[in-house]
Design a protein around this ligand. Structure first.
Ligand code: GTP
Ligand code: MG
Length: 173
């Protein structure tokens, strides 16, 4: 069975770990630390790792830390990847600049790598528009942007299938 390496990246709290958990069920979290007085109890420090079989393909998913203080891991995890999901938090406009920084690192370090932009937490209200995401991230024309809800399995599968399609050279619907 063919194996693929996929990276899930994006700013702090965007939902990267959640996406991998939803897709893979059990995941390996290398390390996490407690956050004091903040939006959630823990953050990813080194990586999340999950495995799944999807449409007769073996997919290895690597989630990056979102916080900049752990940014040395981004390139380490991205080495040898087949594609990546650039996740943004569509309920948090303040995180967009961080997202743009991460995206720049990925695009410059790994040019011509198939990727999709996941505008996550689309189950909320007053979401950041795709136009705003385009303005800040400046992706090329052919990079799909999709609203996702990482806690829902269908949504998680849809964004991953979209990326797998790009990797295998199929046209975006
Ligand atoms: N409503 C909603 N909440 C979500 C969604 N995805 C993730 N969350 C929540 O957002 C919070 C952050 O999720 P994580 O998966 O820890 O985010 P992360 O990107 O891995 O964060 P770091 O590793 O700290 O950078 C958690 O409380 C999740 O339950 C979503 O689609 N909708
Ligand atoms: Mg995480």
């Amino acid at each position: 069975m063919k194996a693929f390496k996929i990276v899930v990246t994006g700013p702090f709290n965007a939902g990267k770990t959640t996406l991998i958990k939803t897709l893979c069920g059990r995941i390996l979290q290398s390390d996490k630390i407690l956050l004091v007085e903040t939006v959630k109890p823990t953050t990813t420090v080194a990586l999340d790792f999950g495995l799944l079989e999807l449409d007769q393909k073996r997919v290895r998913l690597f989630g990056t830390p979102g916080q900049r203080r752990f940014s040395f891991m981004w390139r380490v995890l991205a080495a040898g990847m087949d594609g990546y999901i650039m996740m943004v938090d569509s309920q948090d406009a303040n995180s967009l600049e961080d997202a743009a920084h991460i995206y720049k690192v990925f695009r410059e370090g790994f040019p011509d790598t198939p990727h999709v932009i996941s505008a996550n937490k689309a189950d909320g209200e007053r979401l950041i528009s795709k136009e705003t995401i385009k303005l800040v991230l400046k992706p090329s024309e052919n990079v799909p942007i999709r609203y996702t809800v990482a806690i829902r399995r269908e949504s998680a599968l849809e964004i991953l299938r979209l990326l797998m399609g790009l990797i295998e050279g199929r046209k975006t619907p």
